[in-house]
Design a protein. Structure first.
Length: 305
C-alpha cells in the first residue's frame, strides 16, 4: 500500500473511515441488521477499551467510523471480523464542483515537481445530474485545468495516483487507497465455543473460529509463552479470562461458560491418530483441511501482524 500523504493534511483533525463488509451484506434483512449492530458494538467496544471515543454511522452496505486517533482506529478496524476493507476518506457534498475541489486538493498533496499520472475512479448510488463516467471526466478535467495536462496526465491503466470517489445520494467520499480487513463474520454473531490451546497452531484454530463469528473461551493446556495467547487479544474485544484447568471435564467447562461447542487445533493426521474427545457438544476442527505448509504460513502471517 502506498503512503497516503493526504492523511497529514492540516484540516483533517478528525479522520473518517469508510468501512466495507462483505458476507454480512449477503444475509437477509433481519439477520443483516443484527450482524451490523454486533459489528458496530464490537468496534465501539474495541475503541472504548483503548480509551478512544468514536462515532459510527450506518449506511446501506457501509459503516462510517470517525475518531480522534486515526492510527488506533485503523488498527482496530483492520482487525475487526466482518470488515472486508476500509479507507480513510474526505467527505463533501455530491455537487460535482465540490468533489472536484477536493480531488484537486488530494492531487496537490501528492504531485511532485515533475508531474504525475493519475486516474479518477468514480461510482455512485442515488439520483444525480451525472453518470459515474461523466463525474470522473469532470474531476479529471478540473485536475488538468489546475495543474496543466503536462504535469497531470491521465493514465487509466497504470496511474501513479488513483483518486476514488464514492457518491452516496447527497454525500460524496474521496479516498486514495484501501486497507484490507479480515472478512468473515463479527465476533458474537454466532455462539460461544471452548477453544483448547494445546500448541502453537491452536492459536490459528482459535483465530479461525473467531473469524466465523464465534466468541472463544480459551482453555490453555499448553506451555506456550503468554505473549502468543495475547496475540489474539486485538482480534476479540470480548476477550475474557484464560482458563487453565488441566483436569476438568470438557462438558463441565462448557456448561459453566455457556459454550455450545469445542474447537481443537488438530490436523487430519492428529485426528486419525489421537484419542477422540468425547463430548455431548459439537467439536470443530478448523485446521483439518489444511496441510502443514498452509498452517505454518497462515500462523506466521497472524503472529507477525
Amino acid at each position: 500500500m502506498q503512503t497516503n500523504k493526504f492523511r497529514d493534511s492540516a484540516y483533517r483533525e478528525r479522520m473518517t473511515f469508510l468501512v466495507r463488509y462483505g458476507e454480512i451484506g449477503l444475509k437477509g434483512r433481519p439477520v443483516r441488521k443484527r450482524f451490523e449492530s454486533i459489528l458496530t458494538e464490537n468496534i465501539n467496544r474495541a475503541h472504548s477499551l483503548l480509551g478512544i471515543s468514536c462515532i459510527i454511522e450506518k449506511e446501506p452496505g457501509r459503516l462510517f467510523v470517525s475518531s480522534d486517533d486515526p492510527n488506533c482506529s485503523e488498527a482496530i478496524l483492520s482487525r475487526s471480523f466482518g470488515v472486508v476493507s476500509l479507507s480513510d476518506v474526505v467527505e463533501t457534498s455530491s455537487d460535482a464542483h465540490d468533489i472536484s475541489e477536493r480531488a484537486v486538493e488530494i492531487t496537490r498533496e501528492n504531485i511532485p515537481d515533475g508531474g504525475i499520472s493519475f486516474a479518477v475512479r468514480a461510482r455512485r448510488t442515488g439520483n444525480h445530474e451525472y453518470t459515474s463516467m461523466e463525474l470522473a471526466s469532470i474531476i479529471g478535467g478540473e485536475i488538468q485545468k489546475t495543474f496543466g495536462p503536462e504535469k497531470a496526465t491521465v493514465s487509466l491503466s497504470s496511474p501513479e495516483l488513483e483518486i476514488f470517489v464514492e457518491v452516496r445520494n447527497k454525500r460524496a467520499f474521496l479516498f486514495r487507497d484501501s486497507v484490507k480487513g479480515p472478512g468473515g463474520l463479527p465476533v458474537r454473531s454466532q455462539g460461544r465455543v471452548l477453544s483448547v490451546i494445546e500448541d502453537k497452531k491452536s492459536i490459528l484454530s482459535t483465530w479461525l473460529m473467531l473469524r466465523r463469528g464465534c466468541n472463544a473461551v480459551i482453555l490453555d493446556r499448553s506451555d506456550l509463552d503468554a505473549s502468543l495467547l495475547k496475540s489474539l487479544v486485538p482480534w476479540n474485544p470480548w476477550w475474557g479470562e484464560v482458563l487453565s484447568d488441566e483436569d476438568a471435564d470438557f462438558d463441565d467447562i462448557l456448561s459453566a461458560n455457556s459454550c455450545e461447542g469445542i474447537a481443537l487445533g488438530w490436523t487430519l493426521e492428529e485426528f486419525n491418530s489421537r484419542d477422540k474427545v468425547v463430548s455431548e457438544s459439537p467439536i470443530f476442527y478448523p485446521l483439518i483441511g489444511m496441510d502443514g505448509t498452509e498452517i505454518e504460513g497462515r500462523l506466521n502471517a497472524l503472529l507477525s501482524d
